[in-house]
Design a protein. Sequence first.
Length: 154
Amino acid sequence: MLVAEDFIRLVGFANSQERDWFRLLTGVQGVGARVALAILSALDSAELHRAIAAQDKAMVTRANGVGPKLAERIVRELKDKTGAIAGSTAALPGGAPLSAVPAGGLSADAISALTSLGFRPGEASAAVAVAESELGDGASLDALVRLALKKAAK
C-alpha cells in the first residue's frame, strides 16, 4: 500500500520477488511507484536481476519513464543489494529452472516474436525455454515459435 498526502494506492504483485524488487527500486533516488511498476511490467524479476548483475542499462531503459541516466543510477545503486532476491530459487512453468532461460540465437528470435505479439518478456522467455526443452536443439525457428506460442497461450 502506498500512502501519500493526497491518495492511497493499493499495489499487488504476482509473487514476493516482485514485491521485493518494487521495494528496492523505490529506494533509488528518482524512482517512484509509477516508474518501479513500469520497470516490473517491462522486465520480470529474473530479467531485472540479470540486467542489474550485468550492469545492462539498455535493458532497464526498455521501461516507460526510464532514461539512460536513471537506468545508470538504478544499476549502480542496486548492484550490491540484489543478493537476497537472487538467492531465492524460482522455476519457470514446466519446471525449467531460471538458469535454463535461453539467452541468444534462435531462442532470442523466438522470444522477440512472442513479445511482438504482446506477451510479456518473462512469459515469452518461459514459453520458449519449455518449447526448446521439448523440441531439442535441432528445432527450426518456425517450430519453436509455434510451440512456444501454444505454451504461452495456456
